[in-house]
Design a protein around this ligand. Structure first.
Ligand SMILES: C[S@@+](CC[C@H](N)C(=O)[O-])C[C@H]1O[C@@H](n2cnc3c(N)ncnc32)[C@H](O)[C@@H]1O
Length: 316
C-alpha cells in the first residue's frame, strides 16, 4: 500500500502550549489517559506524562478541524465513527519524527562494509523512515559501497506508520541547512541544488530515489504482509516509544524477514539484549541474527564487552 498523500503539518512548528490558562479547550487527566490508551492500542506508542502538553497542542487542531468543543467529544467521535482518516490524523499527530541525514553516523560505514560481502542484490528495510533522511542515507551508502551499477540492483524499503512524513519523504525535498554538514562529494553526487524560487532547498537525485520504495506500515500490526527478506533492517529510535512486550513482538516479526547473517541496526538508546534471544549484539547498537542457514539458532556469546554504545535501558 502506498502512502496516502497528505498536507504539510504546520502544527509541528507551533510552540508547545504549557499551562491551563493558554488552553482553548478543557483537557482533563481522564482525556489524557484515554489518549494514551488509544495510541498505545493503535500504534504501540507509550506516551509518558511529560507528553501531556504535546498531546494537547497537536490534538487541539483536530478539535478545531472537526468543530468540536471538548476532548471528550473528539475521543468519543474517534471511537464511535471509526473513520480510518480520523485515526490516521490522530496517529500522525502523536508521532515524534525527529531524524537527520546520516544520523548516528557510525552505522553507515558498518553497512558499507557489510553489503559488498553479501549475495547480490541486497535488500535493506528502513522500518521507521520518518521524513526520508534515513532511507536516503542508506541508499547513498549502498551507492558508495556497491558503485552505481551494483546499487541499481539493490533496494531499500522505507516504511513508517505516519502518512504525512511519508509524503514528505517521497518528495525528497529538504532545506539546504539539513544537508550542509555532509561532505562536498556527497552533496554533489546525491543532491540537486534548488535555484530561483527553490533557492535554499535541495532535492535528492533521481538515481538515489530510484532505490527507495515508500510504504505505510505499522510495526505493531500482526502481519506486515512483506514478501521479501532483508540483509539489514534499520529500526532506530522508534522502539524507545514501545513497551518491552511490544518490542519483543516486533523483534519476533523481524526474525523470519531477515536473511541469514542479517544485521539489525538500533538507535543509540535502544538495547534489545534482554528482549530477544534471536539477535546478538555485535557492538555499536548493531545486532546480528543468530539463526544459521539451516534455520538453527547459533549459541549466544557470553560476553558483555561490546555494550558500550547501548548502556541505557529501553524506555517503556
Ligand atoms: C524519532 S523518529 C526516528 C526516525 C529514524 N528512524 C531515525 O532514527 O532518525 C520515529 C519514527 O517512528 C515512527 N513510528 C512510531 N510508531 C510507529 C509504528 N507503530 N510503526 C511504524 N512507525 C512508527 C514515527 O512516525 C516516526 O517517524
Amino acid at each position: 500500500m502506498m502512502a496516502t498523500r497528505a498536507q504539510p503539518r504546520p502544527d509541528r512548528q507551533e510552540p508547545v502550549r504549557s499551562g491551563e490558562s493558554n488552553r482553548d479547550f478543557e483537557f482533563t487527566t481522564a482525556d489524557f489517559t484515554r489518549i494514551r490508551d488509544l495510541i498505545h492500542r493503535s500504534a504501540g506508542i507509550s506516551l509518558s506524562d511529560h507528553k501531556r502538553d504535546m498531546a494537547y497542542s497537536r490534538l487541539a487542531r483536530r478539535l478545531r478541524a472537526r468543530g468540536l468543543d471538548t476532548f471528550r467529544q473528539y475521543l468519543d467521535l474517534l471511537e464511535a465513527e471509526n473513520n480510518p482518516a480520523e485515526w490516521e490524523a490522530f496517529t500522525n499527530a502523536l508521532t515524534t519524527n525527529l531524524t537527520a541525514f546520516f544520523r548516528e553516523a557510525h552505522h553507515f560505514p558498518i553497512l558499507a562494509d557489510f553489503v559488498p560481502r553479501r549475495a547480490q542484490p541486497v535488500s535493506v528495510w528502513c522500518s521507521a523512515a520518518s521524513t526520508g533522511e534515513e532511507p536516503y542515507s542508506i541508499a547513498m551508502t549502498l551507492i558508495e559501497a556497491l558503485g552505481d551499477s551494483g546499487a541499481r540492483q539493490a533496494s531499500v524499503l522505507a516504511t513508517d506508520i505516519d502518512t504525512q512524513v511519508l509524503a514528505k519523504a517521497e518528495a525528497g525535498v529538504y532545506q539546504f541547512d539539513q544537508v550542509k554538514h555532509l561532505s562536498p562529494e556527497r552533496l554533489k553526487r546525491f543532491f540537486l541544488r534548488g535555484t530561483g524560487a527553490h533557492a535554499g532547498m535541495v532535492k535528492v537525485r533521481p538515481e538515489v530515489r530510484a532505490l527507495v520504495r515508500f510504504e505505510q506500515l505499522n510495526l505493531t500490526d500482526r502481519d506486515y504482509q512483506l514478501r521479501s527478506s532483508f540483509d539489514a533492517i534499520f529500526c532506530r529510535n522508534v522502539m524507545i516509544y514501545f513497551d518491552k512486550p511490544t518490542q519483543a513482538q516486533v523483534l519476533a516479526r523481524f526474525e523470519p524477514l531477515m536473511k541469514t547473517g542479517g544485521l539489525l541496526f538500533a538507535g543509540h538508546s535502544e538495547n534489545f539484549t534482554y528482549v530477544t534471544q534471536a539477535f546478538k549484539l555485535r557492538g555499536q547498537t548493531v545486532y546480528e541474527l543468530t539463526r544459521d542457514a539451516t534455520g538453527t539458532r547459533t549459541p549466544q556469546r557470553a560476553s558483555g564487552a561490546t555494550h558500550h554504545h547501548s548502556t541505557s535501558g529501553v524506555a517503556a
